[in-house]
Design a protein around this ligand. Structure first.
Ligand code: SF4
Ligand code: SF4
Length: 170
């Protein structure tokens, strides 16, 4: 007798759980979908989305700070020194660093943004561009020309707060 009662209780419990699950399924089925059928349908990413890192080559001083701070070691920089005339008459010739190579391997990058944050010369920026998938992982290494093209897709920065200083090459 007691055994029959416990079986009934267990059945009622299972039935209640199943009906609860079905109720959630039904409620979700009737809601409009939040996803879109990419690539047939496209949604604009948020303005500040971390899509890809772009390089403003003219600001880069080849200081290597970004490459040294990158936790994935996926930034490859090479440069050389060149002599330039003095800025003022009678001054000494200057030695400047010229960028030869600036590659980022997006197969390794974890999009942490540390390189963008640490660059003292405002040469790296987030672009919302995200359509750069490749059929081969080896093709995810992008050079300074490609990173420079993405610079055009970087949104215009908000005005600085009063008293804040602009970073950049002196
Ligand atoms: S976002 Fe992070 S992982 Fe990617 S290149 Fe920059 S520092 Fe390296
Ligand atoms: S930290 Fe900035 S300036 Fe220095 S190498 Fe990297 S991108 Fe160039």
């Amino acid at each position: 007798m007691g055994n029959n009662v416990s079986k009934k209780d267990a059945f009622a419990k299972h039935l209640k759980g199943m009906l609860g699950g079905l109720r959630v399924t039904l409620r979700t089925m009737l809601k409009p979908a939040v996803t879109v059928q990419y690539p047939h349908e496209q949604e604009a990413p948020p303005t500040r989305a971390r899509g890809v890192i772009a390089l403003l080559e003219e600001n880069c001083t080849v200081c290597m700070l970004c490459a040294r701070q990158c936790p994935d070691w996926c930034i490859y920089i090479e440069g050389h020194k060149e002599k330039r005339p003095a800025r003022r008459e009678g001054g000494k010739d200057r030695t400047v660093s010229v960028l030869d190579r600036f590659d980022i391997d997006y197969a390794l990058c974890m999009y942490c943004g540390i390189c963008v944050e640490v660059c003292p010369f405002d040469a790296l920026h987030w672009s919302p561009e995200f359509e750069y998938s490749e059929s081969s992982i080896a093709h995810l290494l992008h050079d300074k020309d490609k990173l420079g093209e993405w610079e055009a897709t970087v949104p215009v920065a908000e005005p600085l707060e009063i008293g804040a200083e602009v970073k950049g090459k002196k």
